[in-house]
Design a protein around this ligand. Structure first.
Ligand SMILES: [Zn+2]
Length: 421
């Protein structure tokens, strides 16, 4: 094939939409559990591992070399050309009661991209690999799979990681025949030229604007706090309102201040969420002596994140002081925003023809890779902006369009001497 004919074949590369849909349906038959709506392939559960084994089989049927690494990442390698590989994929693990496309779409579309390239007789200049990463949903607090591939997780982190229920990561891995002691062997930074990911938007922006493809320019940074307000539990009838140290009212005072914080310090991409609250004693006839709540803040600009975080701290202290409460703020994590590769983003937009450049408020594997090598991330619209829910959906026409854009982007990046040029 001449260079110009190869370029034409890449630009008009077609996927088999029926084959893609059959794969998405097949993997989503795994993880349906009585009494748990939606898809339940929670990291390192039996269903998660069954999904990974299903993928290994599909990779083999496609004529690629299947492999699972020490932490559970699954790869399908097309041994072509020379040098570092182009990697494309996403994750197969889900949150509890998850949706059918979060992660699954990106894995199945990457596999379909490679099959379409092989069917079209394309000859890549470098190896191409499909990946399904392990624990993207963060059961153990990070993005274990992509972070292991990028050499970010050391033995200390793995030894200390525990899920919400107190299960240790090392035990969950060993129960599935994985070897936590060999996690360092998952580091493949030097073997990867670039990473591409297709994902559902998980938000309402594309549906509202009518754009079919979102090209992500930056992934929001995140701070994760646990805030504890300490007052005094007492009788709800005998304690006058002005003599209380009511932890609920302190927490509510901070909640009422959030709009003002956003107005003064936030931008269009700022997000502040109190998603988990615990009062104690948590009894209708008792004043709450203690309130513990989560606070998650996000923005694509770290200076904005910092200003919002400082304002949150000041408002929490003000609300606590108004009710005589002690304050403890534990910062569980501070992840800075990540810029995606501008050259790859430009290429993705060109291939899509029409696309909206946008930030991602949610974290994705692509952001882990972007810290180490050129990475690109595209979105398709989420119906109603819903995700992490059994109601998560994207119309098949949009799934097919997004998968086609991914396939052409994979083909272009695998076929040209410079991945990002
Ligand atoms: Zn996801």
């Amino acid at each position: 094939m001449t260079e110009s004919r190869a370029k034409t074949a890449t630009a008009s590369l077609a996927i088999d939409a029926g084959r893609l849909r059959a794969d998405i349906d097949a993997v989503n038959a795994i993880g349906r559990i009585d009494g748990m709506p939606g898809i339940n392939r929670i990291s390192f559960s039996d269903a998660d591992m069954a999904g990974r084994r299903w993928l290994l089989g599909r990779i083999e049927e496609a004529g690629l070399a299947p492999r699972m690494d020490a932490v559970g990442n699954v790869f399908g390698r097309w041994e072509a050309g020379a040098g570092p590989a182009l990697l494309a994929g996403s994750h197969l693990d889900t949150v509890p009661h998850g949706g059918p496309l979060d992660g699954t779409l990106g894995v199945c579309a990457a596999l379909e991209a490679v099959r379409a390239m092989r069917d079209a007789g394309l000859r890549p200049v470098r190896p191409v690999e499909v990946v399904a990463t392990a624990d993207e949903e963060g059961r153990f607090g990070g993005m274990l799979g992509s972070q292991a591939i990028c050499g970010e997780v050391g033995p200390d982190w793995i030894a200390a990681a525990v899920d919400d229920g107190g299960v240790r990561l090392v035990d969950a891995m060993r129960a599935q025949g994985l070897d936590p002691a060999a996690a360092a062997s998952a580091d493949r930074r030097r073997e990867i030229a670039a990473f591409l990911e297709l994902h559902v938007e998980q938000g309402p922006v594309l549906e509202a604007s009518g754009d079919r493809i979102g090209v992500v320019d930056a992934v929001s940074g995140v701070f994760n706090w646990t805030v504890t307000l300490n007052g005094e539990a007492n009788h709800s009838g005998t304690t006058p309102m002005d003599l209380r140290r009511d932890a609920f009212r302190g927490m509510a005072g901070f909640g009422a201040a959030i709009d003002g914080i956003l107005a003064r310090h936030g931008g269009p991409d700022t997000r502040l969420t109190v998603g988990k609250v615990a009062l104690s004693p948590n009894f209708p006839h008792s004043i709450a002596g203690r309130a513990v709540f989560s606070l998650i803040g996000r923005d694509v600009d770290e200076a904005v994140m910092r200003a919002v975080a400082d304002a949150c701290r000041a408002e929490i202290e003000r609300a606590a002081a108004a009710h005589g409460l002690g304050v403890a703020i534990a910062e569980q994590s501070w992840l800075p925003p990540t810029a995606m590769d501008p050259a790859i983003a430009g290429r993705l937009a060109t291939i899509a023809g029409a696309a909206r450049t946008m930030p991602s408020g949610a974290g994705h594997d692509a952001q882990t890779f972007a810290r180490h090598l050129p990475a690109g991330l595209i979105f398709v619209p989420s119906r109603g902006g819903v995700s992490h829910s059994p109601d998560e959906w994207t119309d098949w026409a949009e799934v097919e369009h997004g998968a086609t854009v991914l396939a052409r982007a994979v083909a272009a990046a695998a076929s040209e001497p410079a991945v990002t040029g």
